[in-house]
Design a protein around this ligand. Sequence first.
Ligand code: C5P
Length: 217
Amino acid sequence: VSPQDLAGTRVLVTLGPTREFFDPVRFWSNPSSGTMGASLAVAAWLRGAEVTAVCGPVSLWLPPAIHRISVTTAKEMFEAASDIWPSADIGIFSAAVADFSPKSYGATKFKKDSGGLQVEFTANPDILGTLAASKRTNQRIIGFAAETGDLASLAREKRERKNMDMIVANNVLTPGAGFAASTNEVTVIDSNGREETWPTLPKTEVAWRLLDWLSLL
Ligand code: C5P
C-alpha cells in the first residue's frame, strides 16, 4: 500500500505545452510532453490526493480517477486553473506555458506567397504568478523553472518573486533533462532554505521525491 500522506487533500496540476495560433492551422508552442506533470499527478493520486490535471495538448494516459481538463491555449489553461485553485490545497504548475500569443490572426490561412511573415505577439497571463498572489497560508505551490544559465541563483530569485513554496529547476540544455525526456536532473529549493541537486533520475522518481519534500513544509 502506498503512503496516504495526501489523503483528504486536493491537488491541482498544470501540465504540457500550450498552443497559440497564428492562423487557423498554425501555432507557436514548445516540445513539452507533460511527462513531469503527469508523474506528479499520478504520484499525488497514489498518495491519496484528489487530483485535477489541467492538460495542454499532450498524448499521455492518466488513471481515470484523475480529473482531467483538456485545454489548448494559455488563456484557456489560465481560466481552468483559476476555477480549481480556490478549492485546492496544493498547486503544482509544471506546464510549459507559451509566454506570448499572436495579437490577432485571420480567419483564413496565411498565404506563403505573400513574402515573409510578420506576427506581433502579446504577453500571456502568468498562471502561477497570478494564482500565487492569492495563495492562502494553508496552500502550497510547487513551480518549475526551465533555465539555460546559472540555475540555482535564477531559481532562488524566481521562487521568492513568484511566491512558491518549492521550485524545481532544470537546465533544458542538459541531455537527459527537461523537455520530452523520461528523466530529469533537477535542483530543488524550498521556502525553508533547503537546496539540493539530484542526479539524473526517472521523472516518476523525481515526482515521488518532490512530494516527500513537500510533506516536510
Ligand atoms: O516561465 P517561468 O520560468 O516564469 O515559469 C515558472 C513557473 O511559472 C513554472 O512553474 C510555469 O509552469 C509557471 N508559468 C505559468 N504561466 C505562465 C508562465 C509560467 O503558470 N504564463
